[in-house]
Design a protein. Structure first.
Length: 654
């Protein structure tokens, strides 16, 4: 809904008057609408720290991600205002959901109770007047629309598009969450962390607008049942307030990590149930999906709590953004300063979105981000790889130093320290409590933060030792904004981005590969480019493509689910399988191979869009089919002296 300019100015002023009311009434775990710091990174970091804690102390844990269907449009205004129009629609929904007449009467009494908000509003005359204006504004809502005769009256929703909409929704939703937490406490379903030294920490649900996450801790054998019970309570409470949970894929799902006694049995039972647990809700069957990965507020979580999927996605976004800006950054007449400003805007807006919540990155994962960012820098500065002038080219470190660029690691370090400073300055209660529980350890996000603070301490501006995170927290909480500005200035200095390869024990001499096509005589810098050229220009396929016609290897009997992975196995993984297939000869012709490759194109596009390689395992692990395994041949029989099978025994074949 769009309001007129005078109306928006008026309601913006009214919104500023009722924000203090929202801060008093809303819980400490709501981060939308500017409450408790108002950042998606806060909600995301809470979930990340929870997983870090459980992984370090080897606890079975789960996150219940809940999503509401059209939450802003179906909000019951009567939670806050004296709006009683269209009661029959709400009551009809309750009856259709299976509630009895006694239950409906009790729900109406609870929803109509407004003492929780009236007690706070009546303390100030100014707030009381503003609240009265908003009350009338939401009880008498008429709007017109182009090409529609007359006007329309609304009685539901928070009127998204108007200034007070987010605050009104946050206030109403806080009441729903309050009742949900009361119901969980009454059922004994709230989880707590008690493996650390110190008092137990009660976990809370973390919410951002209409997205909610409920952390759960239990034994491996009980955690699935506990998650189902919590979702049942959520359905009962949310439905009573006219809100419906969406149980589709990547909506209301559960991501569970099984550890300890009974974990194998729990995994097996969940797998054979199709990773779905169904339960009855007032005569209706609801299927709750358990997933290995979930995209929460634009960032991917994985069951193994690694950053592979998220980092791969960000690297792909950086490269795709470069293609979108190629008309600008490849233009030789465009000033270099403006090119780099566009590149920086792209990196900080989408390329490194929520990188402040990342934990330590392995060399392989950081290499994905580093190569993508440096590729953007090389395109903007016109320093792309050219074999003919390789002796005059810059290395990555020289390129960053020569043009005064910011290295990818410095961007991540600055983002992480800035997030820590904002936490210290804004002090969101639930996040600070969890952070204080884990900041004495040396694992996960805290470990990466400690390394970042050591990096910043070289500037001489850090007042406390970098190893003592509590002291750093206390020192920067006084004026966190000036601290963030000093970190930004330091991250842009050449000293902070100076790369010394001290972690490498030795530097191998560069290898230059030049090969030429036997058909046309063109030279190429890599075998991959030569193979692509032979395939595209001359139609010559790799002979290995004709050796496999199924999705499993006929030598080791391993099932790979698709042709891309089985070819990767034969070409690059198993020399034994490749040798035996070559001895057996082709099993399909080139036309059949073309048809099989055409069937895989859509699968490849989907994987590339997710930031993954086409041959990555994903959620489909390979396994060995039943049946006899032929004895493979070896090129040099003297090298193999073990009595075991040549392809390995048990898990050794991986």
């Amino acid at each position: 809904m769009l309001g007129a300019v005078p109306g928006k100015c008026f309601t913006s002023h009214v919104r500023s008057l009722i924000v203090p009311v929202a801060k008093v009434l809303c819980g400490g775990s709501q981060f939308g609408s500017g409450l408790n710091g108002g950042e998606t990174a806060f909600a995301h970091l809470y979930v990340r720290l929870f997983f870090d804690y459980c992984k370090h102390y080897k606890l079975s844990c789960a996150n219940i991600f809940m999503d509401i269907v059209t939450a802003f449009a179906v909000l019951l205004r009567r939670i806050l205002f004296d709006e009683y129009d269209n009661d029959e629609t709400w009551l009809r929904k309750l009856a259709a959901s299976g509630f009895s007449s006694e239950d409906i009467d009790a729900i109406v009494v609870v929803v109509n109770d407004k003492e929780w908000v009236d007690d706070v509003i009546c303390r100030s005359d100014g707030v009381c007047f503003a609240w009265g204006l908003v009350n009338k504004f939401y009880c008498n809502t008429w709007f017109s629309q182009d090409y529609v005769d007359g006007v329309v009256s609304t009685s539901h929703g928070c009127m998204a598009g108007t200034p007070p909409a987010d605050i009104i929704y946050a206030l109403a939703f806080s009441r729903v969450l309050f009742k949900f937490n009361d119901a969980m406490d009454a059922q004994g379903l709230r989880s707590s962390l008690c493996s650390h030294v110190g008092p137990p920490l009660n976990l809370v649900d973390v919410d951002y607008c209409d997205d909610a996450v409920v952390p759960v801790v239990a034994g491996a054998g009980e955690i699935v049942g506990k998650c189902v019970d919590i979702v049942y309570v959520a359905c009962a409470v949310f439905t009573s307030y006219g809100l419906i949970l969406n149980f589709g894929e990547n909506k209301t799902n559960v991501m569970t990590r099984f550890v300890g006694k009974g974990s194998t049995l729990a995994k097996r039972e969940l797998f054979f149930a199709g990773n779905i647990r169904s339960f009855e809700f007032y005569g209706k069957s609801i299927s709750l999906l358990f997933v290995d990965a979930y995209k929460h507020m634009g960032t991917k979580f994985s069951l193994t709590h690694d950053l592979h999927q998220e980092v791969s996605t960000r690297a792909a976004i950086i490269r795709s953004g470069t293609r979108a800006l190629k008309e600008v950054i490849r233009n030789p007449k465009f000033p270099l300063v403006k090119k780099l400003s566009y590149v920086k805007a792209h990196l900080f807006s989408s390329g490194f979105f929520q990188c402040s919540t990342w934990g330590p990155l392995s060399p392989a994962l950081y290499g994905k981000v580093h190569s993508s960012v440096v590729q953007v820098y090389r395109v903007a500065t016109r320093n792309l790889f050219n074999p003919s002038v390789v002796n005059f080219m810059f290395s990555d470190a020289d390129l960053i130093c020569e043009y005064g660029l910011v290295s990818p690691m410095s961007i991540i370090r600055y983002s992480r320290i800035s997030l820590f400073a904002r936490i210290a300055g804004k002090s969101p209660t639930c996040l600070v409590d969890l952070l204080k529980t884990v900041w004495t350890g040396d694992f996960g996000w805290v470990s990466a933060l400690r390394s970042d603070l050591k990096w910043y301490s070289y500037s001489g501006l850090l007042a406390s030792p970098p190893e003592d995170i509590p002291s750093v927290y206390d020192s920067i909480s006084i004026d966190f904004r000036s601290f963030v500005r000093s970190v930004r200035r330091y991250s842009q200095s050449k000293f902070a981005n100076f790369d010394i390869p001290s972690s490498f024990p030795s530097l191998a001499p560069p290898i230059f590969f030049n090969s030429y096509c036997l058909e046309c005589g063109k030279t190429f810098a890599s075998y991959q480019r030569l193979a692509v050229h032979r395939k595209v220009q001359h139609g010559i396929r790799d002979p290995v493509d004709l050796l496999v016609g199924t999705v499993h290897c006929t030598v080791c009997m391993k099932y790979f689910h698709n042709r891309v992975r089985v070819l990767n196995h034969v070409k690059y993984r198993s020399s034994v399988c490749r040798l035996n297939l070559k001895l057996a000869g082709p099993v399909i012709i080139a036309e059949q191979a073309e048809a099989l490759d055409a069937e895989c194109r859509e699968f490849k596009r989907k994987r590339y869009a997710e930031g993954l390689r086409a041959h990555s395992a994903g959620a489909e692990p390979c396994f060995r089919l039943s049946g006899p395994i032929p004895l493979p041949l070896m090129t040099d029989g003297n090298r193999f002296t073990s009595k075991c099978h040549l392809l390995g025994f048990g898990r050794n074949h991986y």
